[in-house]
Design a protein around this ligand. Structure first.
Ligand code: FAD
Length: 412
């Protein structure tokens, strides 16, 4: 039986950042990270990969290079949790016990949930930026596009980075214009949501973008089946579920269904009804097990699931977990800060930043609802640097300090 002061499950954005913070505090042999993947991906870059602006290799690093050297890396999957006995079982059957646990397993992608999708991804015309395998194919499909419908989907489940399904839509529009093929394409955004974006301010800006560019937006339409042989996509009208209809595609960019990881769903003692780790949305401490915390996409925190949210959560979790370890209380409070750089092409971006309940919380004292060049450069060049050099080492807790300074202390 392995024993650690702190066990972190998942070595993605959240797990790696938390492990780095606490390895510095606790020293060698005190922190273990359970993580099966050999590669760590900077997933926000996959949007740029799909648009041909970066390669998938640029989004990857060997896991051994990003996990803190002083932490023990257990290269296995967590297969069961037992919070009453402070124990996690790994895929080899080993039991790892902890004094404190941070769950950072991300969200699970369910490629099987849409009939025919898994097979269709290996056929012409179908792609998805939600996988390192298929994000490069998005750009190949854009280059190969001749004429017809280019359809982009948003599923009927929570997803990570809810802006990403439409970022690639705008990039595709700009690519096809540059290639002189835009007049041969009908661009269609079929989203399960009743709105274009969850925050009114940015939704208004985005409606202007789709209207200016002649993009068709259909709300409450959910992809249920892909038929690659005939290049047909089947959708259901979520307001009239008996109403199914088919659309032909030349290009189909699918955002797959997602859910809480199965291993969490199998442990109701840790989760809410949907299977996400049941934590207090301000302290990130578990509602029933005070020695357990969660960060990022696998948590029940009701904010948009992004790496930007993870960064801000990491600062709060770092303070609260350290306080609890030292016999104190959770005093730091997460405000729901999250951000979505809504890339609208090859040089512009609307930088959405907001907190709980979709209230804008912008870093810069300008109207961030406008398409601008500077946030695009920030997204493409500065953010990857920040991610690899600061965030994964536990030094980036979001832009709060910068925001306060730029607003002369008059912002949250
Ligand atoms: P992840 O980083 O996904 O890490 C989860 C880790 O858990 C993985 O390493 C996984 O291998 C591991 N794991 C899973 N199951 C187990 C198990 N059973 N046992 C042990 N380990 C396990 N965010 C932004 O802020 N801005 C953006 O512009 C943006 N764009 C995006 C575009 C795309 C196409 C995608 C896919 C994501 C984007 N995101 C963006 C979202 C961002 O990448 C995620 O929100 C963020 O990575 C979440 O971090 P996490 O630590 O919760 O999960």
């Amino acid at each position: 039986m392995l024993r650690y002061k702190l066990v972190v499950v998942g070595g993605g954005s959240g797990g790696c950042s938390v492990a780095a913070k606490f390895t510095r505090k606790l020293g060698k042999g005190q922190v273990a990270v359970i993580e099966p993947a050999e590669k760590h991906y900077y997933q926000p870059m996959w949007t740029m990969v799909g648009g041909g602006m970066k390669t998938v290799e640029q989004s990857a690093r060997p896991m051994k290079d990003v996990l803190p050297a002083q932490a023990d890396w257990i290269r296995e999957r967590a297969v069961a949790f037992d919070p009453k006995s402070n124990k996690v079982t790994t895929s080899s059957g080993d039991e790892v016990t902890y004094e404190y646990l941070v769950v950072a397993m991300g969200i699970q992608i369910n490629w099987d949930a849409i009939k025919g999708l898994k097979e269709a991804l290996d056929t012409p015309g179908v792609c998805s930026n939600y996988s390192p395998k298929y994000a490069p194919k998005t750009f190949e499909e854009l280059k190969a596009f001749r004429e017809g419908n280019a359809i982009f989907t948003f599923p009927n489940t929570p997803i990570k980075c809810p802006g990403a399904p439409q970022k690639i839509l705008y990039i595709a529009d700009q690519y096809l214009r540059k290639a002189g093929k835009r007049d041969k394409a009908t661009l269609i955004y079929n989203t399960s949501l009743p709105v274009l974006f969850g925050v009114k301010k940015y939704a208004e800006s985005l409606w202007k973008v789709v209207e200016d560019r002649g993009i068709v937006v259909n709300n409450r339409r959910c992809l249920t089946e892909v038929r690659p042989d005939t290049r047909e996509a089947v959708f259901v009208d979520l307001d009239r579920p008996e109403h199914q209809f088919m659309e032909k595609y030349e290009l189909l960019h699918v955002t797959p269904n997602m859910s809480a990881p199965d291993v969490l769903k199998a442990c109701p003692a840790l989760t809410d009804a949907a299977g996400y780790v049941d934590v207090d949305k301000h302290t990130l401490q578990h509602n029933r097990h005070p020695n357990v915390f969660a960060i990022g996409d696998c948590s029940s925190v009701p904010t948009s699931k992004t790496a930007a949210a993870v960064a801000a959560e990491c600062g709060v979790l770092g303070k609260n977990l350290w306080s609890v370890m030292s016999g104190g209380q959770c005093t730091a409070s997460y405000d729901g800060y999250t951000s979505c750089p809504l890339v609208t092409g090859y040089s512009k971006c609307i930088l959405a930043e907001f907190k709980f309940d979709g209230v804008p919380l912008e870093t810069f004292p300008i109207d961030q609802g406008k398409e601008r060049w500077a946030p695009f450069v920030m997204k493409k060049e500065l953010m990857p640097f920040l991610y690899w050099q600061l965030m994964l080492k536990g030094y980036w807790n979001g832009p709060k300090v910068i925001r306060k300074a730029l607003h002369l202390g008059m912002s949250d």
